[in-house]
Write a protein that binds this ligand. Structure first.
Ligand SMILES: [Zn+2]
Length: 224
């Protein structure tokens, strides 16, 4: 499914859900139009729990990246998605906004991402409701879940926005050339001082960053 190449390493791990011994696969990949990333994926034979993490393999990019996908058809739902844990997710049509850190890092598809959001919110809301009879909140959550499901049935076109301050997220183009994919837009932006502060970059010496990433927009602090 994923356009991955490169050697896969496996090492023993424990399941994050049931603590059974399982295998973690790790591979470094170079995705077209994307930087090198390290993907660590594990799935548990005992309980079916799956987990994937994405780590940047290269230098810290000097700019953040906003990916916007107009989802209209099944091809869009099948696009590969890498969402790093520094990415936030927005779906304006249903007023959904998940801050960075929510869901962690994921390797999935557009459709899989919606399922993951639904599952994750279900867990949170199921927990919150407990045995209480908070009917209003329960009804609101069910309404929202219906709207989430409708995204997958493509009743109406919608927009997925993945905003990653460290530019470690990716959505695959459906065209051979990314320039021909007019439903996918990428926008690079300067991180704010606050974003750098949140990422701990203001105190980091980034002067060794590859010049290929552009001029040094991040102040380096060599005076320490
Ligand atoms: Zn397990």
């Amino acid at each position: 499914m994923m356009p991955f190449s490169g050697q896969v390493m496996t090492f023993p791990s424990t399941c994050g859900a049931c603590a059974t011994q399982c295998e973690c696969r790790m591979f470094v990949t170079n995705i077209p139009y994307f930087q090198e990333v390290i993907v660590m994926a594990s799935s548990c034979d005992a309980c079916g729990y799956r987990n994937s993490e994405v780590k940047p393999g290269g230098r810290i990019p000097l700019k953040g990246k906003k990916i916007k996908v107009h989802v209209k058809n099944i091809k869009d739902l099948n696009r590969d998605v890498i969402k790093s844990d520094t990415a936030s997710i927005k779906i304006p049509e249903i007023d959904l906004e998940l801050v960075s850190g929510t869901l962690g890092g994921l390797v999935t598809t557009v459709e899989g991402l919606i399922s993951k959001i639904s599952e994750s919110l279900e867990r949170v809301h199921g927990f919150t409701f407990g045995d209480s009879l908070d009917d209003t909140r329960r009804r609101k959550w069910k309404e929202f879940r219906t709207r989430l499901d409708k995204l997958k049935s493509l009743d109406e076109p919608w927009t997925l926005i993945i905003d990653d301050a460290l530019a470690n997220s990716f959505v695959s183009p459906v065209a051979d050339d990314i320039k021909d994919d007019n439903q996918l837009t990428l926008e690079e932006y300067e991180r704010s001082w606050e974003q750098n502060e949140e990422l701990g970059l203001n105190d980091m010496d980034t002067s060794s960053a590859d010049a290929a990433y552009g001029s040094a927009d991040v102040e380096s602090s060599n005076d320490g």
